[in-house]
Design a binder for this molecule. Structure first.
Ligand SMILES: *[C@@H]1O[C@H](CO)[C@@H](O)[C@H](O)[C@H]1NC(C)=O
Ligand SMILES: *[C@@H]1O[C@H](CO)[C@@H](O)[C@H](O)[C@H]1NC(C)=O
Ligand SMILES: *[C@@H]1O[C@H](CO)[C@@H](O)[C@H](O)[C@H]1NC(C)=O
Ligand SMILES: *[C@@H]1O[C@H](CO)[C@@H](O)[C@H](O)[C@H]1NC(C)=O
Ligand SMILES: *[C@@H]1O[C@H](CO)[C@@H](O)[C@H](O)[C@H]1NC(C)=O
Length: 385
């Protein structure tokens, strides 16, 4: 203790007597300890102050677009509920899926939530039929949102007044039949899940058209107790024949399903798809192009295993395979008559909430871009909008 006093007074005098330096060396470990202790305390104070500044003033080191999307509840509930103003983000799929998987665990929303349908356009390039969709969406702004996944090289040129303007999500190459097509679907779902008011998720392509007006489609989807995804089991080369025994025991042959990729999913099922880490690796490894087409099997199989009772086992999107070949028929102006639409819309029979109905399809594909003017001139007659 004497040493301390001596040392202090020596410092006050501005010089260090040799004797003390000598003693200092003798007590070097103690002195160092004290120094580190002081440094430690300083560091803690610094960290505390900077954290306080970070929280209260909001000094972030990330780009402004991210701040807007993830302010969180501290900034007021409103900012948490408000959909991301900008769909552009820097997250990779791992980060995006993680963000999308954050779910409230309290069932009741403490605010007026108007559930929306997320229309997710999976396209290569342009959306030639968008003027028909514009007309379909008109006047229903509160009830839908749009997401576009296209080739990464495609740069859309929608007018700022268009509902498609700025709705492209960060996209990657997606090839038919390959797992990267399922990746694109999951990416669409994940981006759409970031908007807390999206409740139903509809996958459509650039060759799809709506067959009914918005209110009919909204009611049909929102009142359904099941999600619309084709999922059937068939002992044929193009169904069970594509199963690979390497998928056991997570996916057994009897679990294998096939269905068209054009789905409508509830929020609950959309989440299940985004957070799947059990089936995804099996499909990525064992369902490969040429012998297996993952976009026809992954979701039907995985959701049948996870949520059998939530599935209607049929798709809402009409398509014509009757002409044979690997691709469905392309319909143009000459095919698209009033009687054709009557047949598609009212000519069927299927189950809706355990009752039989004639209205089985709400969308149709594949429609040629050249049919646009014809459809626009007759849309009221054909579709009621
Ligand atoms: C995304 O970034 C994180 C953090 O850098 C990394 O751990 C993860 O592997 C990345 N995921 C992909 C799919 O690249
Ligand atoms: C939509 O169509 C249905 C019949 O198909 C009709 O009863 C309803 O009034 C239409 N809604 C609007 C908003 O036009
Ligand atoms: C697949 O079959 C095995 C053996 O019968 C069984 O243990 C496993 O639970 C089955 N998997 C599923 C997903 O039902
Ligand atoms: C869909 O198919 C599964 C079997 O794969 C069945 O258990 C389920 O009841 C079916 N759903 C409806 C609505 O019929
Ligand atoms: C439909 O029928 C099944 C079996 O009959 C029943 O379990 C289910 O609750 C019914 N669902 C609806 C929405 O009525």
């Amino acid at each position: 203790m004497q040493f301390r006093v001596g040392s202090l007074s020596a410092l006050e005098e501005g010089q260090i007597p040799l004797r003390i330096v000598h003693q200092y060396n003798k007590h070097l470990p103690l002195r160092l300890l004290l120094l580190f202790l002081l440094l430690g305390v300083g560091l803690v104070v610094f960290l505390y102050v900077s954290m306080y500044t970070y929280r209260c003033i909001g000094i972030h080191s990330v780009e402004p677009s991210r701040i807007q999307t993830h302010e969180g509840c501290v900034e007021g509930l409103e900012s948490w509920i408000r959909p991301p103003s900008n769909l552009v983000h820097e997250m990779n799929d791992t980060e995006l899926f993680w963000c999308a998987s954050l779910v409230p665990t309290i069932q009741n929303y403490p605010f007026n939530r108007t559930p929306k349908i997320a229309f997710m356009f999976l396209t290569r390039g342009p959306l030639p039929l968008s003027p028909l969709w514009d007309r379909f969406f008109e006047g229903n702004d509160r009830l839908y949102s749009i997401y576009i996944h296209s080739s990464p090289s495609y740069d859309p040129d929608f007018e700022p007044s268009s509902p498609f303007y700025g709705r492209q999500i960060p996209s990657k190459v997606a090839e038919w039949g390959r797992m990267n097509m399922c990746d694109a679907e999951r990416r669409l779902l994940a981006n759409a899940l970031l908007d807390v008011s999206n409740e139903w998720f509809v996958l459509v392509s650039e060759a799809c058209i709506p067959l009914k007006n918005f209110s009919t489609i909204y009611t049909y989807i929102s009142q359904s107790h099941f999600s619309f995804l084709g999922a059937f089991d068939e002992d044929s080369p193009n169904a069970r024949g594509r199963y690979n025994w390497g998928m056991e025991p997570e996916v057994n042959l009897s679990d294998w399903r096939k269905g068209s990729q054009w789905f409508e999913l509830s929020r609950k099922l959309a989440l299940a798809v985004v957070r799947d880490t059990l089936y995804y690796p099996k499909f990525k490894h064992f369902c490969r192009a040429d012998s297996c087409y993952s976009d026809e099997h992954y979701l039907p199989t995985m959701l049948t295993l996870q949520s059998t009772r939530s599935l209607a086992n049929r798709t809402l999107t009409w398509v014509d395979w009757s002409r044979g070949g690997p691709h469905p028929a392309l319909y143009d102006e000459a095919d698209l008559t009033e009687s054709f639409f009557k047949d598609v819309v009212d000519g069927g029979s299927c189950m809706y909430n355990n009752h039989t109905t004639n209205l089985c399809f709400l969308f149709a594909r594949k429609i040629a871009p050249s049919a646009l003017d014809h459809l626009l001139s007759n849309s009221l007659e054909f579709f009621g909008f």
